[in-house]
Structure formats: C-alpha cells, structure tokens
Ligand binder design. Structure first.
Ligand code: RB5
Length: 149
C-alpha cells in the first residue's frame, strides 16, 4: 500500500521510526510531516495527509502529534476523511473493521514506540467488515454532505 504520513515537531523521532517500520512491512511511504524539531502547527500536516488520502494519492494515512488529537481533528475537516486516535491495538483494528477509518492517529507523548508499531500493524492488517457497519459509515457521510454543500 501507499501510506501518507504526517507529524508535527512533537512526533518527529517517532515518525522516522514508524516510516522505517512501515517500509519494512513492504509498504511505500509518502512523508508530509516535518522532519525537524522546531515548533510548528499540526493542522498543516493533518490537512496534507487528509487530502492525499481523499484524492487517492495514498491508500491510507498515519498522523502523529503530541496526543494525536489535534492532528486528527484537522484531518477530519477534509471531506471524506475518517480519522481516529488510537492508543491500543484493539481500537487500531476496530477503527478499520467497523469505522473504515482511512487515517489512524496516535500521540508520540502518549504511546511508546513499540506500542506505536503494534498499533500501526494492527490497523494496516485489518479489513473493513462492511454489512451493518456500512450503513453507519453512510450516515456519517450524510452528515458531512449537509455540512459541506
Ligand atoms: C504541540 O505542543 C502539541 O500541542 C501537539 O503536538 C498536539 O498534541 C496537539 O493536539
């Protein structure tokens, strides 16, 4: 898969490690995040990754900031993005299986590096289950349609 990754200054080291890890799993990575440590603004990276995923440039996305929250909020403003914050492997596969999340987010100040890798693996290996879950995704899309006319 082609994976878009983005991060702010709080997550540069973890982003580097996750990039190598994901490449090691056989995926291609497009890096939209900062590679530096100077204070910067997470919405920029959430938006870039969101747009890459929605346009089809990437199959899915990974976003990392201090908590994972701000960057996921920004990504979720891009029409078509379904991004969730995960701090455990169970949520990581369920956001794909039930919510068909096209971006996963987590916090570099919240999860350790090894857990972050397990979270990413759990998400990437999961498949959307469809069925009753599709109806709920459609309902989310309907809300979005009402907001973005
Ligand atoms: C940056 O200090 C921090 O606010 C940011 O990385 C993130 O945690 C926001 O949600």
């Amino acid at each position: 898969m082609k994976i878009a990754i983005g991060n702010d200054h709080a997550a540069t080291d973890l982003k580097m490690e996750i990039m190598e890890y994901v490449k090691g799993l056989g995926h291609e990575v497009i890096n939209f995040g900062t590679d530096g440590y100077e204070s910067c603004n997470y919405p920029e990276f959430g938006e870039k990754v969101g747009r890459a995923v929605v346009s089809g440039e990437a199959d899915c996305g990974i976003l990392i900031c201090g908590t994972g929250v701000g960057i996921s909020m920004a990504a979720n403003k891009v029409k078509g993005v379904r991004c969730g914050v995960c701090s455990d492997v169970t949520t990581a596969h369920l956001i794909k299986e039930h919510n068909n999340a096209n971006i996963i987010a987590f916090g570099a100040r919240i999860v350790g590096n090894e857990l972050a890798k397990d979270i990413v693996k759990s998400y990437l290996e999961a498949e959307f289950l469809g069925g009753r879950h599709q109806k709920r995704i459609d309902m989310i899309t309907e809300i979005e349609e009402k907001e973005y006319q």
